[in-house]
Design a protein around this ligand. Sequence first.
Ligand code: SAM
Length: 352
Amino acid sequence: MEPDKKTLHKFIGTFLEDMGGTATMAMVCLGDELGLYEAMDGAGAVSASGLADSTGCNARLVREWLDQQASAGYVAYDPEDDTYRLPAEQAMALARRDSPVFLAAGIQTMASMYQDLDRIVDVFRGDGAMPWGDHSPSLFRGTAEFFRPSYQTNLVAEWIPALDGVESRLGDGGKIADVGCGHGVTSVLMAQAYPQAEIYGFDYHQPSIDSARESAGIAGVSGRVTFRAATAKQFTGEFDLVCFFDCLHDMGDPVGIARHARDQLVDGGTVMLVEPFADSDKATNHELPTAKVSYAASTFICTPNSLSQEVGRGMGAQAGEPGMRAVFDEAGYSHFRRVAETTVSIVYEARP
Ligand SMILES: C[S@@+](CC[C@H](N)C(=O)[O-])C[C@H]1O[C@@H](n2cnc3c(N)ncnc32)[C@H](O)[C@@H]1O
């Protein structure tokens, strides 16, 4: 069939927009790394040379960066006096690290996909397996930063209170296992919120465990949170709460791991599962604004990691509630309930 010209032009438009988005994300990485956004935040109208001076960067390159950012709508340009300004809304996403919508540092996850491209080509032609630790370090840092704002906003204020009876138990003490804890963002947040509780963070990636320990030290909670390198089937203890934050779908044997978690729960204990948001209907899911990023991360990161481990279930990041419910059914849990959601996450409660 002859291609339809109108449809072709429309697709080329979509493609160019996507190319622009990809290029803009590289510029965001630069702006974040060089402190350009932070220097612009609250500074009002700045000239390219003024911004270059205040950040110790090359003035000609800073001007080019600013013009790209203006064309992307990330900074505002004033042709009257040839100055640039970071609007307050963009500052929240790009400059303010404690903002609930700070996005700039998480873009390192996108950078890792390009850095790991050659390796993934081989993985596609091979057995599909690539363990977490074989990715470039941008992934580890980027993942922690990508999820951090949501955890800071929701974990203690919304998600734990949504679980039946868990908040009061942790207020009195209790033990928490944070399995697949990565850089330990969630472990540290829970240690800060529940000073009576004992928190254990487990991850099989030693460099992430090292970073987690460092973060706990900086946050002043090292005495209440212990990080250990262990797989999700190796950790042991008697826990009131076992948490999986954005990691169970990454694992090869989520059913075996859910069973193992059940065996580490005290009477009345709970599993909290946080997983990427997905609509249960695949066609509807494809339309979601988060789907393009989620399926890409799943292709590059989550599914190859799962295929690198025993069983290799390869759930992918978009299995949604039906996929997760099936895992906990197969693992023999009698209770599985969706308790909260955001644009990027769904939170579930499971009990034996
Ligand atoms: C997407 S990251 C999530 C990290 C952290 N929970 C967060 O939300 O920022 C997935 C984590 O699971 C860990 N992981 C994957 N498979 C594992 C396994 N079988 N046992 C323990 N950790 C595992 C990885 O090392 C990685 O840190």
